[in-house]
Design a protein around this ligand. Structure first.
Ligand code: NAD
Length: 370
């Protein structure tokens, strides 16, 4: 049973994280460094793990992002835009790989490894190859309609090119500001006596979430695609029992078979499944005109992930954009569906964070000392 001090601690942590979330997601002006936010978030997570009765449905550990600003039009995400669970150590990565292997009953798993862009999550909707809508992640279910602003981002294709483009396509990715552009923007702000931005992430988010698209157009933004909203559209016919509801709701795949095994194509007892891979999906996105990270790799097992992490940690300072870690995703799309999701994040992916690099110029006094 939690005692009073646990109850008070959980409530203080929730209140502080709520406030930091609002400053970060809604106002684009963080008041504490990310590492400090992450430390408090982990504390709340372990308190809630120890005393589940302390967990509230609206706890920051159960939710994604922040409320969309009412000044923007609102857009519902047909497939929720979730967050990612974090790994902060090699032990966390080994545990992630073990969970995936156990969940899939496999000896070794291939992972698509990518940089974790430190920017703003965006969803772009294309109808017959034409960009028709762009939205922020918002609270994961409802995002902000920033279509006009996104049209000003020069490397976002307004019309897709190439073969086999699905008639309806949701592309997900991150809007960032390149480091060199950020330095130049802040130099301009300084010269004009205007407020400088804290870091490229907040400059990107603040620039995109402008009510006047003309302001966004003057800001150098860049989009990296890292996935699609509904991977089932690209995967073979087959769905595992217990796959996330949204896949069923989309009606893309047949309902699971009663024995809970793979629901195979009609009348065929055990057809071989063509596997489709996230890494291939990324190649297709690049072919249709999206910018994707060149620093992508497919690696096997926890040892492979550790090698990728070391490589990217060494390359980090030379990259033209900020990253706050790397992301590992089970590469096989059917395996992804089988692993599914927990409340705010997929089970098939994890963000392996780098140690903090950032220093904020104005930092709120941290009042939750636990
Ligand atoms: P997150 O940034 O840790 O991870 C999820 C996000 O990663 C996705 O939404 C996506 O936008 C992004 N991403 C980047 N590259 C990706 C890739 N290759 N593949 C898939 N996704 C990729 O999660 P979050 O919920 O957006 O934010 C939580 C983090 O934000 C915290 O860990 C903290 O560091 C920071 N934060 C800081 C404050 C603060 O006050 N300083 C407040 C809130 C959040």
């Amino acid at each position: 049973m939690p005692d009073l001090s646990h109850v008070e601690q959980a409530s203080a942590l929730r209140a502080a994280l709520e406030r930091y979330n609002h400053a970060y997601y809604v106002l684009d002006t963080p008041t504490v460094p990310d590492a400090e936010y992450d430390r408090l978030f982990r504390q709340l997570q372990s308190l809630e793990a120890e005393y589940p009765e302390l967990q509230t449905p609206d706890s920051p550990t159960q939710r994604v992002g922040g409320k969309p600003l009412p000044a923007f039009g609102q857009v519902a995400h047909a497939v929720p835009m979730l967050s990612l669970n974090n790994a902060f150590s090699l032990d966390d990565v080994v545990a992630f790989d073990r969970r995936c292997r156990e969940g899939l009953e496999k000896i070794a798993i291939d992972y698509a490894c990518e940089p974790k862009f430190d920017g703003l999550a965006i969803r772009l909707h294309y109808a017959d190859g034409l960009l028709v809508q762009g939205a922020t992640r918002g609270d994961g279910t409802i995002g902000e309609d920033v279509t006009q602003n996104l049209r000003t981002v020069r490397n976002i294709p307004l019309r897709l090119v190439g073969k086999d483009i699905p008639s309806q396509l949701d592309v997900r990715g991150e809007v960032v500001m390149l480091r060199a552009d950020f330095a130049a923007l802040n130099a301009r702000q300084r010269a004009r006596g205007e407020k400088e931005f804290v870091n490229p992430r907040n400059a990107a988010a603040g620039s995109l979430r402008q009510l006047d698209a003309k302001v966004t157009a003057q800001r150098p933004l860049y989009f990296f695609a890292y996935g699609v909203g509904d991977a089932t559209a690209f995967s073979p016919v087959g769905l595992l029992h217990g796959a996330p509801q949204e896949y069923l709701l989309r009606g893309v795949l047949p309902a699971p078979s009663s024995d809970g095994l793979l629901n195979q194509a009609a009348g065929n007892a055990e057809p071989p499944l063509d596997r489709t891979f996230h890494s291939e999906l990324m190649d297709r996105l690049a072919g249709w005109g999206f910018t994707v990270a060149v620093e992508r790799s497919v690696m096997r097992g926890a040892a492979g992930l550790a090698a990728y992490y070391a490589e990217m940690a060494a390359a980090r300072a030379q990259l033209p954009y900020d990253i706050d870690g790397v992301v590992y995703k089970v590469n096989d799309l059917v395996d992804q569906m089988q692993l599914g999701f927990v409340s705010r994040a997929p089970r098939f992916a994890i963000a392996h964070k780098f140690p903090a690099e950032e220093v904020l110029t104005t930092v709120e006094a941290i009042e939750v000392q636990v």
